[in-house]
Design a protein around this ligand. Sequence first.
Ligand SMILES: N[C@@H](CCC(=O)N[C@@H](CS)C(=O)NCC(=O)O)C(=O)O
Length: 230
Amino acid sequence: MSLKTKDEPLSEGAKLRLYSGKNCPYAQRTRLVLAAKGIPYEVSEVDLTIPRPGWYLNDMNPNGTVPSMLHNGHNIYESLVCCDYLEEVYPEPSLYNPDPLKRAFERIYIQTWACKGIPHYYKVYKTHPITEESKDDLLKGIANMDLLLKEAKSDYFSGTDRPGMADYMMWPWFERIIFMNELADFKVPENDYPMITSWMSRMLKDKVAQKANTDKDVFCASFKRYHFGK
Ligand SMILES: N[C@@H](CCC(=O)N[C@@H](CS)C(=O)NCC(=O)O)C(=O)O
């Protein structure tokens, strides 16, 4: 199906249009927030294997990436900005901790994972051959999150008894890391990292995470393409 332009009206009942990518963890962040808040929306899938059309760059997102959202005729882009925007426009249920200090830490966790986890994830995901060094680096990033969760003394990075913004902003990569166990022989050892592995188990059971999940087949196909040129 061709990409809907900014001018094309939303389908009936949809509050916004999400320009997404089938295997994009950043777009999944937005899908998770939309699912958590029960916001009806439509999806326009962007084929990331070909250059974006000029109108997408002009009207939706000059960076050419997904996610982007069309809401009330306005374009919003960058995953964290999209998610914070949704939190403000659709405040219920709130995904941030009500306590300002805990909320600050949620943002710290998101940034920490972005700096110390995501780049190493992509080294394992994209480079061939996968080296023990790249796997160790990713494990260090995960170990760091294990420590932070331990210090937070909470089941979730939200600091509450349910997943919140920080959990949903990190989950897309962790869901894929679980798939990497089969594909890249990459495992997070439960005995060494009890906090993060039990968090991962809890997240797998979360209804929102299940609703806005990663398609395992799509992920595996993409992973194999990077690694084996298949
Ligand atoms: N900082 C951006 C990153 C988004 C991003 O890198 N998306 C990838 C797909 S997962 C993309 O659109 N890549 C297309 C390209 O770079 O051409 C965000 O948080 O939204």
